[in-house]
Design a protein around this ligand. Structure first.
Ligand SMILES: [Zn+2]
Length: 188
């Protein structure tokens, strides 16, 4: 089985799992006045607080796009070239840039990681969990072009039968796979 090969890919990719921890722990200084932040309970939730200028730091979640790309019964996966889960197989995925459409981010990440162009066919679902700062938006897709090659933070691009996928390392993987296999979600 061959995937279409007719165009080169772009470079660069982000990894959505590296910043799963709450970013509160990474913030030390007030973005307005530069004073050292302390912590204060705001409506019951402890948040970084600047006692000098009164600024309260609210953190946005990170949004990542995940793409389950298939051809017939084969699923496109990448062997991760970065931590965490270095060397393990997962779906192409990455962070959505600010002001970037989620759909564009999904297509971009597949291109960056695999060199392949895809058409998104279904919004499979949105996945989040208490205590994890990343929200996943998962798409189903088909390959429409491109030239397969591993992106810079990917060790290898592979295809696996949908009923015989390798074990995957991340919290939502099992549910994503179940929803994808069942055809859940909304067609695009
Ligand atoms: Zn301040």
């Amino acid at each position: 089985m061959k995937w279409p090969r007719n165009c080169a890919g772009a470079l660069g990719s982000r990894n959505y799992t590296q910043r799963m921890l709450h970013p509160r722990t990474e913030t030390v200084y007030c973005r307005h006045c530069g004073a050292t932040l302390s912590e204060k309970a705001i409506e019951g939730t402890p948040r970084p607080y600047c006692s000098k200028c009164g600024h309260i730091e609210f953190f946005d979640p990170k949004v990542a796009a995940v793409v389950v790309t298939s051809l017939h019964d084969m699923v496109l996966m990448v062997r991760r070239g970065v931590q965490p889960a270095l060397g393990q197989w997962s779906f192409p995925s990455g962070y959505v840039d600010r002001a970037e459409a989620v759909e564009d981010a999904a297509r971009r990440e597949v291109m960056e990681e695999t060199g392949l162009e895809v058409r998104l066919t279904r919004l499979v679902g949105v996945y989040s969990r208490t205590g994890i700062s990343v929200i996943l938006v998962v798409f189903d897709a088909v390959v429409t072009g491109g030239q397969e090659r591993a992106g810079h933070d990917v060790q290898e691009v592979g295809r696996f039968h949908k009923d015989d996928l390798p074990g995957m390392p991340f919290p939502h993987d099992r549910r994503i796979l179940a929803d994808w296999r069942a055809g859940r979600g909304r067609d695009l």
